[in-house]
Write a protein that binds this ligand. Structure first.
Ligand SMILES: [Zn+2]
Length: 471
């Protein structure tokens, strides 16, 4: 029997954070009263003319450059014709055979193309599911119609659902660093479709792919792809064939349902948009986009790894959640802690304590964390005492040294500790005998007694050393 491997490519739609829509002067809106941000242009009234949004083109050029794409000297807008209630003109203005940018890369994944288009309006389905199937009625909110979008299509370079989710996180961090989108998946400003096929391991040709529509979190993207790969494998093992279709994944039930099959696939009858001239970025536009690019997460991770000797995984955690990287760099500038230890505290203890909260908005000042980590490094306090200090900092803020003194958390000195170790050994005579007899694990009981007595104000390694000295 063959073993199969998945081949995954992603299509990502990004709503740009411009002030106005792609081809008219209507403001962008989210969650406003329906149909209050519309005009004859975005409602598709006859005789109206689209005017491209310069800010949207600027953002799209930045995105193309961020992925090291080739920028087309002259790209063309097309009409993509389809009739659907969310599309008042019965066509969408998009780009077809000559996209704004192509042949790029983000991390390990090649970018096939980046193009500009306008978003459709929003259908609101009344009914328990919120989806069209089983809805009692449906209404259209045209506020979203005409919102500027960039569509990013990857090559099928992704080898597992977990890798797809990681790529999505990197993409979101990169777009966020550029400030070109809200990249909020729940509000639909970042929408991901996954294309997936399977093939026998070692074979080069691609199998028939299916498309999972609109995954609204990276966790659901991963789970949806997992479910679809399992479905395709089961189908092929039973001697069946995968059919090209578009699927919806329900994260609640884990079920995949078919939205449309190949037979119903649209023929969009693309033709050049007669109301728009080709898009030919000038030297000034390119220069301005290049100058607007900040340091991007991939470059930042490399720099953190190189300049501060961080391991690759930690550097990525800091760079891909930009606010963690900012926090780390501010704490490092405040001095007092070694970079590697500080990075570990930021990515582990601080994140565990604050969750998704932006640490720069928290009560734990970067300089305070740097001092705290410094105290651990100097062995002035134990790691478990430091966690207690961190809890106090997160709740009330303040100065770590003052908290250590107020709570009596300073590491037990050699004299004090010596007495406690002596007592613990006397109280645990059988453990002492066992260690002497070669049953080394028994030392844990004595160390535990010392830690209890000092309430964690001792270094476990140091306590072990003192016990062994006395044996
Ligand atoms: Zn409008």
């Amino acid at each position: 029997m063959h073993r199969y491997e998945p081949v995954i490519g992603l299509e990502i739609h990004v709503q740009l954070r411009t002030r106005t829509k792609m081809f008219c002067g209507c403001a962008l809106s989210f969650g406003e009263e329906p149909n209050t941000y519309t005009c004859p242009v975005c409602l598709g009234h006859p005789g109206t003319l689209p005017v491209p949004n310069a800010e949207a083109i600027h953002f799209a050029l930045m995105i193309g450059m961020a992925f090291d794409c080739e920028i087309a000297p002259r790209s063309i807008f097309h009409r993509k014709n389809y009739f659907y209630p969310d599309n008042p003109k019965a066509y969408q203005i998009s780009q077809y055979d000559i996209p704004l940018a192509r042949n790029g890369r983000l991390g390990e994944v090649r970018i096939h193309r980046v193009h500009v288009e306008e978003d459709a309006a929003k259908l609101v389905h009344a009914g328990a599911s919120g989806r069209i199937h089983g809805a009692e009625s449906s209404v259209v909110d045209f506020n979203r119609g005409g919102t500027p979008l960039v569509e990013i299509v990857t090559e099928p370079d992704i080898k597992s659902p977990a890798e797809a989710a990681d790529f999505g996180r990197l993409l979101r961090a990169t777009l966020r660093a550029m400030g070109v989108s809200d990249v909020n998946m729940e509000e639909g400003s970042l929408r991901i479709d996954g294309n997936v096929s399977i093939r026998p391991v070692g074979e080069a040709t691609l199998g028939t792919k299916t498309e999972l529509k609109n995954m609204n979190s990276f966790r659901f993207l991963e789970r949806g792809l997992d479910a679809e790969i399992a479905r395709q494998e089961a189908l092929v093992h039973e001697g069946g064939e995968v059919e090209q279709e578009t699927l919806h994944f329900d994260p609640q039930s884990g079920a995949l349902t078919s939205l449309r099959s190949k037979e119903e696939a649209h023929d969009y009858r693309y033709f050049p948009e007669p109301d728009l001239v080709p898009l030919a970025p000038t030297e000034q536009m390119l220069e301005r986009a290049r100058a607007a690019l900040p340091e991007l997460p991939v470059a930042r991770a490399d720099r953190l790894e190189r300049d501060h000797g961080l391991n690759a995984d930690t550097a990525r955690q800091l760079a891909f959640r930009g606010e963690l990287g900012d926090y780390f760099e501010q704490a490092l500038a405040a001095d007092g802690a070694e970079a590697g230890a500080l990075a570990n505290w930021v990515t582990n203890e601080l994140v565990a304590r604050l969750g998704d909260e932006d640490p720069l908005e928290s009560k734990v000042e970067p300089a305070a964390l740097a001092r705290l980590v410094g105290l651990v490094g100097e062995k002035a306090i134990s790691a478990s005492a430091a966690k207690e200090v961190l809890a106090t900092l997160a709740a009330e803020g303040g100065d770590p040294q003052a908290i250590v003194e107020a709570k009596g958390l300073a590491m037990a000195g050699d004299d004090e500790l010596g007495g406690i170790v002596d007592r613990a050994m006397a109280d645990n005579a059988d453990a002492v005998e066992k260690v002497r007899a070669g049953e080394d694990k028994a030392i844990g009981a004595i160390v535990g007694a010392v830690m209890r007595e000092t309430k964690g104000r001792a270094d476990g390694g140091e306590v072990q050393r003192m016990i062994r000295d006395r044996l």
